[in-house]
Design a binder for this molecule. Structure first.
Ligand code: ARG
Length: 400
């Protein structure tokens, strides 16, 4: 009789390589390795082949880059989604999609379980498990790292004992995750929050001191809150992200170093590189400032914070995330126009904006002779606008 099957989210690293053997030994399962392409700059075919040499019965690459950009990054961009107002959520956004793809692979192959290499104290286990459990409640989730009590050295020992070739990447002290929207790096000497990130952690961004001296001016056109043109070239969102990662990375833009609050309750230190995300959010905000009324902007900030938290907490498929995105989408209909951004040592600055939906009225804003603003109306306006504050002041005169 053939064994039951498990789909393993395979990365090519030490943990998931050891997991292939371990799943067979501990659970007597045949392992189907799956790597999901979300635009990570890695040789996925090599990873796919490696899984077979590690003992997987089959191994596949699932291409999800377009779906990732269209269905996940785009709503995040329209919502200027950041966690704790800093992190553009690259890792967090991709997890629910990867989980969804793992479920698809499990269904197609009649697998009864899904395994992943996440540890028991990270965010990614929460995102994977919650998504899998809601999409496929019957599927068993196995997280070897939560079960085995091996540390890194013991894993290497286990690999040696079982004839598993130790992946070269395991010599790095850092834990890295990447996809088209950003790169996340933790562990190693970053664990001491006092340590400045060493040069070796950065891969997508140049050291700002060696950035080109001449600034680069770029023009991004948005339609429905999404970029569709860069420097007068009609491009897809995917192409724009790739190009901006490159361009802004040259100037050292998009480096983020933060202490964040994990879902499981601990604080951790992580550094990120997300050049395109940071430029696009900055430009998008500038266009919203021009085209959306103040009360929509103010309310949208609340929605954006909530959206960022939902995404971080792995609740992409939750009703609240869905409703928040619906609000955001409704606001974006008028968010169209062109933003001019200056890239210069580690900064991106919006220096120009125009839109046919612009609410900016020069006639109202100007101090010149052609001023149309009704100055005399201001007096009555201020009288009523300040009324509650005046009443309060009268009532509590002299009190602190
Ligand atoms: N802290 C980030 C998040 O929770 C990234 C997690 C993965 N990071 C890593 N270096 N493996 O979204």
């Amino acid at each position: 009789m053939s064994k039951s099957k498990v789909v393993l989210a395979y990365s090519g690293g030490l943990d998931t390589s050891v997991a292939i053997k371990w799943l067979r030994e501990e659970y007597d399962l045949d392992v189907i390795a799956a790597v999901v392409n979300v635009g990570q700059e890695e040789n996925l075919l090599m990873i796919q082949r490696k899984a077979l040499t590690m003992g997987a019965i089959s191994s596949l690459v699932v291409d999800a880059e377009a779906e990732y950009v269209n269905d996940f990054i785009e709503p995040a961009l329209q919502g200027n989604a950041l966690y704790q107002r800093k992190y553009p959520l690259a890792t967090a956004l991709a997890r629910p999609l990867i989980a969804k793809k793992l479920v698809d692979v499990a269904r197609e192959n009649g697998a009864t379980a899904i395994a992943h290499g996440c540890t028991g104290k990270g965010n990614d286990q929460v995102r994977f498990d919650m998504t899998i459990a809601s999409l496929a409640p019957d599927i068993r989730i196995i997280a070897p790292q939560r079960e085995w009590s091996m540390n890194r050295e013991q894993e290497i020992e286990y690999a040696k004992e079982h004839g598993i070739e130790i992946p070269v990447t395991s010599s790095s002290p850092y834990s890295v995750d990447e996809n088209i929207f950003g790169r996340s790096v933790e562990a190693g000497n970053l664990e001491d929050p006092w340590n400045e990130p060493p040069a070796e952690v950065w891969k997508w961004t140049k050291n700002p001191v060696s950035a080109p001296e001449k600034p680069d001016y770029i023009e991004i056109v948005f339609n429905n809150g999404l970029p569709n043109n860069l420097n007068e070239n009609e491009l897809s969102v995917t192409e724009i992200i790739k190009e901006l990662n490159q361009k802004a990375g040259e100037y050292g833009i998009g480096r983020i170093d933060m202490i964040e609050d994990r879902i499981v309750g601990i604080k951790s230190r992580e550094v990120y590189e997300s050049p395109a995300a940071m430029v696009l959010i900055e430009a998008h905000r500038a266009l919203e400032a021009l085209t959306l009324p103040r009360e929509v902007l103010d309310f949208k900030y609340l929605v954006e914070d909530a959206l960022g938290t939902q995404i971080y907490e792995g609740k992409w498929f939750s009703p609240l995330r869905h409703a928040l995105s619906a609000f955001v989408a409704d606001t974006q209909k008028v968010v169209e126009g062109t933003i001019r951004v200056k890239l210069h040592n580690s900064n991106c600055t919006v220096v120009g904006r125009k839109s046919s939906s612009s609410l900016y009225d020069t006639g109202l804003a100007t101090y010149d002779a052609d001023d149309k603003f009704e100055h005399a109306s201001a007096e009555g306006f201020i009288d009523l606008f300040g009324l509650p504050t005046r009443i309060w002041a009268q009532k509590h005169k002299g009190k602190k």
